[in-house]
Design a protein around this ligand. Sequence first.
Ligand code: ZN
Length: 249
Amino acid sequence: MPINRQQLEKYIGQLLDVDRFRDYCPNGLQVEGRDTIACIATAVTASQAAIDAAIACGADALLVHHGFFWKNETSPIVRHKKQRIAALLRNDLSLFAYHLPLDSHPELGNNARLGELLGLSVTGRTSEQDMVWLGELAAPCSWPDWQARVSRALGRDVLAIPGATPVQRVAWCSGGAQSYFHDVATLDVDCFLTGEASEFVTHLARESGVGFVAAGHHATERHGIRALGEHLANQFQLELHHLDIDNPV
Ligand SMILES: [Zn+2]
């Protein structure tokens, strides 16, 4: 059953409470396509591969976590940015992007899904805009077992810098949230898990005793957009295609 594009944008905006967030990109409709939407595609990032796959499966809208128009990017629409936007416009395909609101949603969000996948029960949230989640495993886990568990849950190798204690109390934030480790290393937790690592995390882990896991930016952010797509497909009886474009980072 098709839905009007504006209705869909309004519905998602309320569902994810987008106006509450200070973000690095616009959340919502980023590129306007046709008025009526019967088929949606979801992907982590609005790459050319995802756009081409959405066009190939006949989608009316592509929904992503990483869209366009980031605060630190240059404005001119040239080269690969032109190619992507041209493909969307030529095919009348809408692009919707949800960044921090999709990390944050208590059920559909990346961090909610990640916690569930890792068997963590949520005990709280902290740091800027409550982006860091806190939780516990049912029982303490040795570092080799924890690394293997994360690796199994996400289907890839992960980088671990063990901490001073077995892992039970975990802080986590999907994506490229390694800078939050400065805050998290002062908390009473055994491990901070995020997507990406920087050089400093090794020393901070060793010196603070709070261990660190980099489990992959893409790998930790695959599940929120998928959950959002499934929710919308059920809610409005839309055709849904999840496009899993492999990314080792
Ligand atoms: Zn991200």
